[in-house]
Write a protein that binds this ligand. Structure first.
Ligand SMILES: Nc1ncnc2c1ncn2[C@@H]1O[C@H](COP(=O)(O)OP(=O)(O)O)[C@@H](O)[C@H]1O
Ligand SMILES: [Mg+2]
Length: 300
């Protein structure tokens, strides 16, 4: 199977707050260090990616975040405009029709259309970059928390069923081909090493039905190191701490938390039957830290 960094698109999905954005940035930094030119694509204008690199603002034009790492923030409107220029060849008209206060209503009224416009832009950067576009080896998509990355695939499929013919239909077909090609696209599910997020991830995987086969791997983020060495046995350590009841309680607590993490992660690994990469909990999420996290997924 193709190595992770040799794919063209990595979709990073998972519930809000588990570390999707951090993971996407970590993959980008590690892939860039391995010689790839990478772009992190963010949807819906949240602009969390620049923050991770200590920068501000969002822009539709690619911006450099670190050596070899750009980011692009894709709003459905910008992408629609782009699509109008590239595929419909009627930019002025498209602007007139879509770039007014009704536009949002139009995009919202067609299920899957905003997603499809954004994925279409990503597909273009990968398959048919315009002369002025940078040429990226890899695009890492920080996918929205609503549902999961595979809802994007559903959106493309259902829009395809709605249109049947014409440029929108052709685009959705090409998007589905890209997303379902395991040689080119990897889909990663991020979770935490805790009982609740693991349960949620298992429910999510369960609900995927046949699309379950599209998942490439699971990323367990913020994994704690073992708080105390395995030997001497913890019971002995506790004896030594007899005169320090408070410290002893805290150490006990740290150990229990770690044990719960290990139980949750082994349950996860057994149930999903996919590779599970462990990303350590960092003290500081900086460029070096991101490279450390990214190195953990490189072997997937
Ligand atoms: N491995 C990690 N080590 C330390 N902090 C992390 C790690 N992963 C994520 N975080 C922190 O957790 C918070 C949520 O992460 P983020 O990537 O923004 O989540 P999401 O995109 O899923 O909402 C951020 O403050 C981020 O810095
Ligand atoms: Mg995020």
């Amino acid at each position: 199977m193709t190595r992770l960094f040799d794919r063209r698109l990595i979709v990073v999905t998972g519930k809000g707050g588990v570390g999707r954005t951090t993971t996407a940035c970590a993959i980008a930094v590690a892939a860039a260090q391995a010689g790839k030119r990478v772009c992190i694509a963010e949807l819906a204008g949240l602009a969390r990616v620049p923050e991770v690199f200590g920068k501000q603002g969002r822009s539709y034009a690619p911006r450099e975040m670190a050596p070899g790492v750009d980011t692009i923030s894709l709003s459905a409107l910008d992408c629609m405009d782009d699509f109008g220029t590239r595929r419909l060849k009627v930019q002025a008209l498209v602007r007139l029709v879509f770039h007014n206060r009704l536009t949002g209503a139009f995009l919202d009224a067609v299920p899957g259309l905003p997603d499809m416009q954004q994925l279409g832009k990503i597909r273009h950067l990968i398959e048919e970059p315009a002369p002025h576009d940078p040429s990226y080896d890899l695009i890492v998509l920080d996918a929205p928390a609503t549902g999961h990355g595979l809802t994007l695939l559903d959106a493309a499929r259902s829009l395809g069923e709605m249109t049947r013919v014409g440029p929108f239909y052709e685009e959705t077909q090409l998007i589905v081909q890209l997303l379902t090609d395991a040689e080119r696209t990897a889909i990663l599910l991020v979770t935490l090493g805790e009982e609740l997020p693991v349960n949620e991830s298992l429910d999510l995987v369960e609900g995927l039905g046949e699309d379950r086969a599209r998942l490439t791997a699971v990323i367990a983020n913020q994994v704690r190191r073992r708080p105390l060495p395995p030997a001497p046995p913890w019971s002995e350590v506790r004896d030594w701490l007899r005169d320090q009841p408070e410290l002893s309680d805290l150490a006990d607590h740290a150990h229990q938390t770690w044990m719960a993490q290990e139980r949750a992660l082994s349950r996860l690994a057994t149930a999903v039957d996919l590779p599970v990469a462990r990303l350590p909990r960092l003290e500081r999420v900086d460029l070096d830290g991101l490279a450390v996290l990214g190195a953990e997924v490189e072997g997937l």
